[in-house]
Design a protein around this ligand. Structure first.
Ligand SMILES: C[S@@+](CC[C@H](N)C(=O)[O-])C[C@H]1O[C@@H](n2cnc3c(N)ncnc32)[C@H](O)[C@@H]1O
Length: 449
């Protein structure tokens, strides 16, 4: 079959699948999803982080009444590179630096382009249902698939609702003598109607010769380079990638720069808008939405992405958000608590002290290299607590309030595994959550009586 016939079949089949899924929505039970107990969760929080396949996340949102309520969706899916992407973790055990790299996510589609486009097309049909009448969607891909996706998007959103193909141009290593160096990504932008949100952003436009023009009524500015005016942002954006030494870097290979997301979010959403990213990765969209006071929804299928996002949001002291787990996840780790003590500090106030003893991880269950297995086995024997990347304590009542949260930064040998916090009722159900460097979650109830 030729590629054009195949494309038509993909779009028609995916449209049908999306219709079937939508027709079954009414039967979806909220209980199909487990609200993960003891994670950073707040039942009343506006912002949602789904852990699981975004197909489940989108269907859950539609079942919960989010249809036509989102003003902006940005997605940065796998690009069909047929490679795996890594997460880099730096550990320090007994003063010795160890670097672990493990698979963060896979961009390998054994069924080829057809499988890739089917995965994306069904989801984009369903995402359209979530967008408001003022909404827009940004699909971030590259030269490998952009031309197929453009045709698919024209069908889903209507060619009249195509706004832009933004080119994100960057410098990066690697070049070729056989073709021009490929140094840009493509971001397709569509709206749902003519009434879409668009707050034009400005960029510098340097005057010819960097000299002042002194035109009447035109404001001119000067910086180290020379004189410039401010003009509406064009559709080619030169923004540096998140480099090795960048402060933004969180060790997630395909992390996008915050400046890129800032432009998108400021242009296509307002302060009370809901902004979503269904391939959230390291959480760039969520962090930028948080910083700019937008409500946000994110999802990612990988443990390591969820861990990265939680640490990133913790670092900017985000508002509470709710984690919704679409699957029952395997528990490969276990934590031993050395001691739990309490002391009454004043009427109705108790200081709780927790001291962790050791961490156990079932390495046979992890898909890591032989070299990593040796490093981790050694750490497990001698310094197991240095594998802990995140700790939180929550009170398990109907607010699931987080009363303690701490996470490890790269370079720091060990998270504080002896810590205290204050509660006002010893009968409270207290839950300790531990996430290791691979994103495995372990959870334990803390009891006093
Ligand atoms: C290119 S990365 C996104 C990077 C992100 N924009 C950032 O700045 O960090 C793609 C992400 O999509 C996730 N992903 C792939 N398929 C998914 C699916 N079906 N549901 C949810 N997440 C998925 C991967 O785990 C990966 O984290």
């Amino acid at each position: 079959m030729n590629i054009l016939d195949e494309l038509v079949d993909i779009v028609k089949d995916c449209e049908k699948s999306a219709e079937v899924l939508l027709s079954k929505l009414i039967k979806r039970q909220a209980s199909e999803l487990v609200v993960t107990r003891g994670l950073y969760s707040d039942k009343y929080a506006n912002n949602l982080l789904y852990h699981g396949d975004n197909l489940e996340a989108i269907l859950d949102l539609l079942a919960k009444g989010y249809g036509s309520r989102l003003d902006l969706i940005y997605i940065d899916p796998p690009f069909f590179t047929m490679s795996n992407y890594n997460k880099r973790v730096e550990l320090k055990s007994f003063g010795e630096k160890k670097v672990i790299e493990y698979k963060a996510y896979s961009d390998v589609f054994r069924g080829g382009l057809k499988e890739y486009l089917e995965m994306l097309t069904t989801r984009i049909f369903l995402m359209r249902e979530l967008l408001s009448e003022r909404g827009s969607i940004y699909v971030h891909v590259d030269y490998r698939t952009v031309h197929y996706i453009k045709v698919i998007m024209d069908y889903i959103f209507g060619i009249d609702n195509f706004l832009n193909e933004v080119i994100w141009a960057y410098k990066s290593g690697g070049t070729s003598n056989r073709y021009y160096a490929r140094k840009h990504d493509n971001i397709l932008v569509y709206s749902t109607s003519k009434n879409y949100i668009f707050n034009p952003q400005k960029e510098k436009s340097y005057n010819r010769g960097f000299k002042p023009y002194r035109f009447k009524g035109v404001t001119e500015y000067k910086d180290d380079i020379g004189w410039y005016t401010l003009v509406n942002l064009k559709d080619v954006w030169s923004i540096d990638m998140v480099g090795r030494t960048s402060k933004e870097r969180v060790g997630y290979e395909t992390q996008k720069p915050e400046t890129l997301l800032e432009r998108i979010i400021l242009t296509s959403s307002n302060e009370n808008s809901i902004v979503a990213d269904f391939f959230a990765g390291s959480g760039t969209t969520l962090a930028v939405a948080e910083k700019h006071n937008r409500k946000w929804i994110g999802s990612d299928i990988e443990n390591c992405s969820l861990l990265t996002i939680r640490k990133r949001l913790g670092a900017i002291n985000s508002r509470p958000y709710r984690i919704i787990s679409c699957n029952k996840w395997n528990r490969f780790g276990n934590i031993n608590v050395k001691s739990t003590t309490y002391e009454k500090i004043e009427d109705g106030m108790y200081r709780i002290r927790i001291n962790l003893e050791s961490y156990y991880l079932d390495l046979d269950q992890l898909n890591i290299t032989k070299k990593n297995t040796e490093i981790i086995s050694d750490i497990l024997r001698n310094d197991s607590l240095s594998l802990i990347d995140y700790i939180s304590i929550i009170i398990e009542d109907n607010t699931s309030e987080v009363i303690y949260e701490n996470y490890r930064e790269n370079n720091i040998s060990k998270i504080n595994t002896e810590f205290d916090f204050i509660i006002d009722n010893l009968d409270e159900h207290i839950r300790l959550n531990i996430i290791d460097i691979f994103g495995n979650v372990t959870s334990k109830e803390i009891k006093f009586k």
